[in-house]
Design a binder for this molecule. Structure first.
Ligand code: TRP
Ligand code: ZN
Length: 473
C-alpha cells in the first residue's frame, strides 16, 4: 500500500475534474478513494456502483401525466464498504438533479455527459468504511424510456393516463437514483403523488392514501429486500381489486379499464397460482401479491416487478403463471450477473408449464416434446445456450426461455422422481432466499445433492453451455 501522503495526493488527483470542495476537506477517513462507477457486470459496465451498500430507498415522486414531468426526492440509507471520498448513484441525465445532501450537509455533484447514468456525489466529508449515511437527492424532469441492446424499451413509459414503469435490465435509473446492480438489495417506501382520480401502484403493501389540492398520494411499503430493477411505480386510471388467497396471501390487482374484461379469467386464477407455487416452492416470499395490468403496447413484454408483476396488456394464463413464479425465482433468488438470466427465466418458464400440468392442461413433458421437435437447423431456437447468453442483446432471446425451461424438464427426467426434483427447487430457493446466485452454483448444488447421478456434469454442459440442439446427454 502507498504511504498516506501519496494516497492523499492520488485521491485528490483522481477525484479532480469538475468537482469542487474536495481539496479543502481534511480527510477523516484514512485512504478514502472514490467508489467505482460500475459494479462489474460486463454486460452493463456502468450499472451499479462500488463502495457502499444501500439498505433502504424512500422515494417521494410526484407525476403529472399531462406534462409527463416527474419531480422526486429520493432518500437513500446506505453503508460505506470502503473509505469513500466520493461515490456514484445511477440516474439518467434526462432527470436533472437540483440538490444532494449527505447526512444533511450539502454535497457537490455532477451528471457527467460522457457517463450517461452516473450521478457523481462528492460529500462534504469523507466517509469511513462501515459508516452509515443518508443521501437525499432532489430531481425533476420528463423521464424517457431507456433502450436496451436488444432494442426493447423500459423505465418510465408514458401511457397517456399515467405511466407503465418497469426496470429490467437497466430502466430504474430512468426514474430514480439507485445503486442499480441486482446484487444490492434494499427495502423500499414509495410516496407516489398523482392527479386526484388516478391510482398509483408500487411494490409491497399500500399503507396509506391522502388527497390534498387535487392530488392524491399513495404510500407503498416493501419490507423485504429486493433488487432495484424490480421496483415499479405505475399510475393511471385503474380498476383496483383486493382480496386474500385461500392460503392467506393478500393481493391487489390494478387493471387499466380497457383490459378488465380480457384479463378477468386469468386474474381469477391468480390466488390459486400463488397458493400452488407456495405449496411447491415454499412459503410466498413477500407480504402481498397481485398484478398491474396496464395498456402500454409499446413495451411488448411483462415484468415480474416484486409482489405485483406488471403486464403491458391482459396476460394469458401461462404468462401470468410465469410472472408469479418469478416471485420465487428472479425476485427472491435473483441472478448475480446478467449472464445468470437462466436462473430467472428458465425457472419461471418451466413453472408456467408445471402450472399447466397441474391444472390438467398440457404437461411439462408435452411442452418439452413439442419444442424438442424443432429442427437443429433452427439456430435461433437453440441459441444462445441458456447458461451463456453471450451478450446483453441475448438476455431475453427465446432460447433462454424455451431451451431454458427444457433444461429443467430434462433435469426432472434425469432425476426421475418428482419429489426429489421439486425438493431441489424448493431447497434452492430456501438456500438463496432474498439473495443472489449464479448458474454455476445451481449446477454444484444439484450435483452435490445427487452424487449418484454421475452424468450431471455432462448433462449441464450440453444443456446449458453447448451451442446447438442437445442430442445426447
Ligand atoms: N423478465 C421479463 C419476463 O420474462 C421479460 C423482460 C424484461 C424482457 N425485460 C425485457 C423481455 C426486455 C424482452 C426484452 O418476465
Ligand atoms: Zn420472465
Amino acid at each position: 500500500m502507498a504511504p498516506t501522503w501519496l494516497r492523499r495526493a492520488l485521491t485528490v488527483l483522481l477525484a479532480g475534474g469538475a468537482l469542487t470542495g474536495l481539496v479543502a476537506a481534511p480527510s477523516l477517513a484514512a485512504g478514502a478513494v472514490p467508489g467505482a462507477k460500475g459494479a462489474g457486470d460486463p454486460y452493463f459496465p456502468l450499472q451499479g456502483n462500488g463502495g457502499y451498500d444501500v439498505g433502504h430507498y424512500d422515494l417521494a415522486l410526484s407525476f403529472t401525466p399531462s406534462t409527463g414531468r416527474i419531480s422526486g426526492v429520493a432518500t437513500i440509507a446506505a453503508t460505506a464498504t470502503q473509505p469513500l471520498s466520493r461515490f456514484d448513484l445511477d440516474l439518467r441525465r434526462t432527470l436533472a438533479v437540483s440538490s444532494v445532501t449527505v447526512d444533511g450537509r450539502p454535497a457537490s455533484f455532477t451528471q457527467p455527459a460522457n457517463l450517461g447514468q452516473e450521478l457523481v456525489v462528492d460529500p462534504a466529508a469523507d466517509l469511513r468504511a462501515g459508516a452509515r449515511f443518508t443521501v437525499v437527492v432532489t430531481y425533476a424532469g420528463v423521464p424517457k424510456p431507456v433502450t436496451d441492446p436488444d432494442r426493447s424499451i423500459e423505465g418510465w413509459v408514458a401511457t397517456g393516463d399515467g405511466a407503465f414503469v418497469v426496470g429490467e435490465p437497466q430502466g430504474s435509473p430512468g426514474w430514480y437514483p439507485a445503486n442499480d446492480t441486482p446484487r444490492d438489495k434494499a427495502t423500499f417506501d414509495f410516496h407516489l403523488t398523482v392527479p386526484q382520480g388516478l391510482f398509483a401502484v408500487a411494490n409491497g403493501d399500500l399503507t396509506g392514501t391522502s388527497t390534498a389540492g387535487g392530488r392524491t398520494t399513495f404510500d407503498w411499503h416493501e419490507g423485504e429486500p429486493m433488487s432495484t430493477y424490480l421496483a415499479t411505480a405505475s399510475s393511471g386510471r385503474f380498476v383496483v381489486t383486493r382480496g386474500v388467497t385461500p392460503g392467506g396471501v393478500p393481493y391487489l390487482d390494478a387493471v387499466d379499464p380497457s383490459q378488465v374484461a380480457q384479463s378477468r379469467p386469468q386474474l381469477a386464477e391468480l390466488p390459486a397460482m400463488v397458493d400452488f407455487f407456495s405449496s411447491v416452492y415454499g412459503r410466498y416470499p413477500w407480504s402481498s401479491a397481485g398484478a398491474v395490468v396496464d395498456h402500454a403496447p409499446s413495451v411488448g413484454y411483462a415484468l415480474e416487478t416484486t409482489t405485483r408483476p406488471s403486464f403491458d396488456s391482459a396476460p394469458d394464463e401461462l404468462t401470468l403463471a410465469h410472472e408469479l413464479a418469478h416471485q420465487w425465482f428472479g425476485d427472491s433468488v435473483t441472478l448475480c450477473r446478467w449472464r445468470d438470466i437462466w436462473l430467472n427465466e428458465g425457472f419461471a418458464e418451466w413453472s408456467s408449464w408445471f402450472w399447466s400440468e397441474h391444472t390438467g392442461q398440457k404437461s411439462a413433458q408435452q411442452f418439452f416434446d413439442q419444442r424438442y421437435a424443432t429442427s437443429a437447423r433452427n439456430s435461433d431456437f437453440w441459441n444462445p445456450p441458456p447458461g451463456n447468453p453471450g451478450s446483453a442483446a441475448g438476455l431475453f432471446a427465446d432460447s433462454i426461455y424455451d431451451r431454458g425451461a427444457m433444461t429443467l424438464q430434462a433435469l426432472r427426467t434425469e432425476i426421475g422422481n418428482d419429489a426429489a426434483f421439486l425438493g431441489l427447487l424448493r431447497d434452492w430457493h430456501a438456500a438463496h432466499r432474498y439473495g443472489n446466485a449464479r448458474v454455476e452454483e445451481f449446477v454444484r448444488f444439484t450435483e452435490q445433492r445427487f452424487p449418484h447421478l454421475t452424468g450431471l456434469p455432462h448433462f449441464f454442459d450440453v444443456w446449458l453451455y453447448q451451442p446447438g440442439k442437445p442430442t445426447s446427454w
